[in-house]
Design a protein around this ligand. Structure first.
Ligand SMILES: NC(=O)c1ccc[n+]([C@@H]2O[C@H](COP(=O)([O-])OP(=O)(O)OC[C@H]3O[C@@H](n4cnc5c(N)ncnc54)[C@H](OP(=O)(O)O)[C@@H]3O)[C@@H](O)[C@H]2O)c1
Length: 492
């Protein structure tokens, strides 16, 4: 267990949804398993002028809502005593000076300070500016100052660079913690470990043996009440640009020189920068988008996206698929198909790797697959050929199936892991600016081309499998979406 310096966590936007659902409950859980430093203090900053007692009641209501089966009252007493509140009225010119006075002169707060900006993305840069103006991000006397920037880091390459330019006036790269919460998931961290701590995987993890790779994230849910947010974002920017490209980086990266934050991030940056830009003049061969229409999910009729949005002219995708190539010796010629969708037939996040045809073909058998389940099942599966017992020489596919998660294992939420990493000063599971830039550089031309093409978007019925038309992006006739993690999930 690593030693964490005494520190103060300053939470901007602590009354918001993310804080309510993830941050406060996550900090409470870390406290309950003894992972918070005894001296940690949490200072929530908000626009509302409320008393400390009222704020502590509010935290209790967050915990009650999250932990319906109850929690240990002793841990609660300890946790609640760590919590403070500071009102930062938006129109008060002295708001940040007052914050400084509280943080620096009130001896209750340790001077290693992490600011978690769980606020609207438009507020990221102004909050950093105002903290800097009053000297609250300057590291001195051996005390660290860190700033967590929530997702999204920009909405395209220019806006990401503008945000970077603004915050880097005040912060060194080592002080900036950019969130992609997928990186806090144990299942994602396991990709790197499973790949490089097993002798049998590395020798076949290349273009000599691998036919193609699919990285999939599908949901059965629709956009729900987030229609306005979703229609200004779309599947490509919401999921592929961030979580799925990070999953790809972990799947395809070279072995890092070590497991230090620099080692891991350097290897990820390298592979992200080696992804070939998508040729916009041949976009239809590389990118496919669609929207869900009305259909049936879990036996219930559900409306289509355009109906939910109330705007039939929207061309924003709820299904996005890309074909990518990585220009390095390991992956030359191997397509990576990545896709994300709402309202598909099942909810699943996985990496599916199909191997090349075996030299011996007995009955035109299936090719081997190796599948890494991320959620809901954390597992590794391998599909291999095996003789059907009996007089004939025939094979069938069997699946070796191992759960990565075993009974009694810790269930740690991604935000808990990330909060702990933040306090430890370990930014390996946070994005480096070069990763954020490489990811935007890759998707921006597609986002732009799709936004400019106002033709009605392909529709798929809610609850269905991948739209038939999405197959246009496949390189070879015998490639197709694997629709399920289960045996037979590669059949049409
Ligand atoms: N919710 C999630 O699961 C999730 C997932 C991924 C990324 N994120 C990112 O995390 C951040 C927070 O998300 P959230 O869902 O918690 O946001 P939220 O609930 O909409 O708002 C967070 C806080 O921002 C302040 N705020 C809201 N509207 C404001 C306004 N008009 N002017 C000034 N301040 C305002 C409020 O704080 P006070 O009133 O206390 O000042 C509010 O508690 C966002 O950047 C979001 O993109 C969230």
């Amino acid at each position: 267990m690593s030693k964490i310096d005494p520190c103060t966590l300053v939470l901007f936007g602590a009354s918001g949804n993310l804080s309510r659902v993830k941050l406060m409950p996550g900090l409470f859980r870390l406290d309950s398993i003894g992972r918070l430093p005894a001296e940690l203090k949490i200072l929530s900053v908000g626009r509302q002028d409320i008393s400390l007692a009222a704020w502590r009641d509010e935290i209790k209501s967050m915990l009650d809502a999250k932990f319906k089966k109850g929690y240990d009252p002793k841990v609660f007493e300890r946790f609640i005593a760590r919590n403070y509140y500071h009102a930062n009225p938006p129109n008060d010119p002295d708001a940040f000076k007052n914050l400084r006075a509280k943080l620096v002169f009130d001896t209750v707060f340790p001077q290693n300070i992490a600011y978690f900006l769980s606020v609207r993305p438009v507020d990221f840069a102004p909050v950093v500016d105002q903290l800097a103006e009053v000297g609250l991000v300057t590291e001195k006397d051996g005390h660290w100052r860190r700033v967590v920037i929530e997702k999204p880091f920009g909405t395209d390459l220019p806006s990401a660079q503008e945000l970077q330019k603004s915050i880097s006036k005040h912060l060194k790269e080592s002080q900036i913690y950019r969130i992609d919460h997928y990186l806090g998931k144990s299942a994602l961290q396991n990709i790197l470990l499973q790949r490089f701590t097993n002798t049998i995987l590395e020798p076949i993890w290349n273009n000599q043996y691998i036919d193609h790779v699919q990285i999939t994230n599908t949901e059965m849910l629709g956009v729900g009440d987030r229609t306005q947010f979703y229609d200004s974002t779309g599947a490509l920017r919401d999921m592929l640009q961030s979580h799925i490209l990070q999953t790809l980086a972990l799947t395809a990266m070279e072995q890092p020189k070590d497991l230090t934050p620099e080692g891991v991030r350097d290897a990820k940056i390298k592979v992200l920068e080696e992804i070939r830009p998508i040729p916009v003049n041949e976009l239809d061969k590389y990118a496919f988008r669609a929207q869900y229409a009305a259909g049936e999910v879990n036996g219930e009729r559900v409306p289509g996206y355009l109906e939910e949005l109330g705007d039939s002219s929207s061309v924003v995708e709820t299904y996005a698929a890309l074909k990518l190539f990585i220009d390095n010796p390991r992956w030359k010629g191997v397509p990576f198909y990545i896709r994300t969708a709402k309202r598909l037939h099942e909810a699943d996040t996985r990496i599916s790797i199909r191997f090349k045809k075996a030299p011996m073909q007995i009955n035109d058998q299936d090719q081997n697959w190796l599948i890494i389940g991320i959620q809901p099942r954390e597992c590794i599966k391998m599909e291999i050929q095996s003789k059907i017992p009996g007089l004939d020489i025939k094979t069938r596919t069997i699946q070796l199936d191992a759960a990565n998660r075993q009974e009694g294992d810790d269930t740690v939420d991604a935000y808990e892991a990330l909060l702990l990493n933040l306090m430890e000063g370990d930014n390996s599971n946070y994005l480096h600016i070069s990763e954020a830039e490489a990811q935007w550089r890759l998707v921006d031309p597609v986002v732009k081309a799709w936004a400019e093409n106002r033709k009605p978007v392909h529709q798929y019925p809610a609850g269905s499998r991948d739209p038939e038309a999405s197959k246009v992006i496949f390189e070879a006739e015998d490639q197709f979406w694997r629709y399920s993690i289960e045996l037979g999930g590669d059949k049409h």
